[in-house]
Design a binder for this molecule. Structure first.
Ligand code: AMP
Ligand code: MN
Ligand code: MN
Ligand code: MN
Length: 293
């Protein structure tokens, strides 16, 4: 079924508004992801690389060739209450100078952090991790913990990427290096300036107390944030119920996406998730006219 402008109000539209390409910590090209999305029955798609818009032109072209509606997206790293929180910017203008400058400044900190991670991991008995992780990037400026995790698995120090996070890369573990990302206000400001909708990614992944969760949502709304991810590859069914309650309680729009990174890593395939609960208002109602295809 093709997406027509009126369908943007259809809750049952099959959307996947969260995934990663090799421009950040995914392993596929935007074109390969577009084919995965199409095969999964996706009608409305967004590529949302971490802190980078480099894949947008290719993603849009590939989506158009496959008759899928497309909105540009990005997942911005934010520091809130000393923790890392991810804010999705959906339907952004990928050419907006302010957004591009903000993301470039964020990326600029990644290399020094990665070098420090490498030193720290060497002391924990994992030598060569910076060089190894860097060799696994296609875009070295986007070097991330995921690249370290893949390298550490390949070296036989752990069985899976999630094991590496548990033993080496989470706060308190030897390879974790604290980092100052954007503020919540900066990230939402860049997204709004670029005409986009700000969405709290995977709200149940942060392990916040109720007090901190409410503080995050309160501040998010105060800055003009509009949505929250409800059904996503990083959420269990129970998480989705909790996020749905948050959406209703705070009047937030509901978003959905696989958060797909790579085959063999735990998250869902593109287009494979159940639909949003019908009581919620989907985030795409705020996108304006979708391109009819
Ligand atoms: P970074 O932006 O370098 O801090 O890396 C964050 C990325 O690590 C996230 O976008 C996820 O893709 C990945 N990640 C974080 N926690 C985990 C985990 N527990 N298991 C697998 N991947 C994770
Ligand atoms: Mn990631
Ligand atoms: Mn994320
Ligand atoms: Mn993600």
């Amino acid at each position: 079924m093709a997406v027509t402008p009126t369908d943007r109000f259809a809750p049952a539209l099959r959307a996947d508004l969260h995934c990663h390409s090799l421009h950040s910590d995914g392993s596929l090209t935007p074109t390969e992801l577009a084919h995965r999305a199409k095969a999964g029955g996706v009608q409305l798609w967004a590529l949302t690389d971490h802190d980078d818009l480099a894949g947008q032109a290719e993603a849009r072209r590939a989506a158009q060739a496959l008759a899928m509606a497309y909105v540009a997206g990005v997942e911005i790293s934010v520091t809130f209450a000393g923790e890392t929180v991810h804010i999705l910017g959906l339907n952004v203008d990928e050419h907006h100078a302010g957004l591009l400058a903000g993301l470039a400044a964020l990326r600029a900190g990644r290399d020094a952090r990665a070098r420090a991670m490498g030193e720290s991991l060497a002391q924990a008995g994992v030598p060569g991790a910076y060089e190894g992780a860097r060799a696994l990037t296609r875009n070295p400026a986007a070097i991330s913990r995921t690249h370290f995790a893949r390298y550490i698995v390949a070296q036989g120090h752990a069985a899976s990427v999630s094991d590496v996070f548990r033993h080496y890369l989470k706060p308190g573990k030897p390879g974790y290096v604290p980092h100052q990302w954007a503020s919540l206000g900066q990230a939402i400001g860049w997204i709004r300036a670029a005409g986009g909708v700000a969405v709290i990614a995977h709200p149940c992944r942060y392990g916040f107390s109720h007090t901190l969760e409410y503080a995050l949502i309160g501040e998010f709304i105060a800055h003009g944030g509009l949505g929250v991810e409800v059904v996503c590859g990083s959420h269990s069914a129970q998480d989705a119920l909790h996020a749905a309650k948050l959406a209703q309680e705070f009047g937030l729009l509901a978003s959905t996406g696989s958060d797909f990174h790579a085959d063999g890593e735990t998250r869902a395939a593109l287009g494979s998730l159940p639909p949003l609960p019908p009581a919620l208002t989907p985030v795409w109602t705020a996108f304006g006219q979708l391109v009819a295809v």
